[in-house]
Design a protein around this ligand. Structure first.
Ligand code: SF4
Length: 175
């Protein structure tokens, strides 16, 4: 990769804890900021995914029809894509709903636990898929960054390796 690369971060069905861990790499962020352009992220204002991004970090599982369309589009416009955290890699916490049908989940959320407007929404809220899917079951993933959230030092090491044109070795983390 060239010295300065474009970087995107994406938030699907996750709690944003992986993004918080990304910010936890502290002073190394300054070093990384000199070497990347953050072109798309919940952390910045630009909400249009560029034509091509060098590196994209994806937090969260694929939970809705909207998530699925979004990540398929982003894959087409990304050179290197990283599944960031256990929700992206396995479904993890949000996949706890996979034991139940969408109807049961919506009834629990919008009817049984609601005091007002006790009707599942038919607009604005994205249509849920029958089950949450790990990102790699929908699109090709180049690297995996495990953890809930991934520890900041691991995110730092993987980012620096990719910025240096190296292949990060995170296999011990899956041991
Ligand atoms: Fe949150 Fe953990 Fe999922 Fe990251 S992996 S989005 S920290 S629940």
């Amino acid at each position: 990769m060239p010295d300065k690369i474009s970087l995107a971060t994406v938030w699907l069905d996750g709690c944003s804890g992986c993004h918080m861990s990304f910010l936890d790499i502290d002073e190394v962020l300054l070093n990384i900021a000199d070497r990347v352009d953050l072109v798309y992220s919940p952390l910045v204002d630009n909400k249009v995914f560029p034509d091509m991004v060098d590196l994209t970090l994806v937090e969260g599982g694929v939970s809705s029809v909207e998530d699925r369309a979004k990540i398929i589009k982003i894959r087409k416009h990304t050179r290197t894509l990283v599944s960031l955290g256990d929700c992206a890699i396995t479904g993890n916490v949000p996949a706890m709903r996979n034991r139940y049908s969408v109807e049961v989940v919506q009834n629990r959320t919008y009817v049984e636990n609601a005091d007002v407007n006790t009707t599942p929404p038919t607009q604005v809220v994205p249509e849920l898929l029958p089950m949450i899917q790990p990102v790699h079951t929908v699109i090709d993933v180049d690297f995996y960054l495990p953890g809930c959230p991934p520890p900041a030092p691991l995110i730092r090491d993987v980012l620096l390796a990719l910025l240096n044109g190296e292949t990060p070795d995170i296999s011990p983390r899956f041991g």
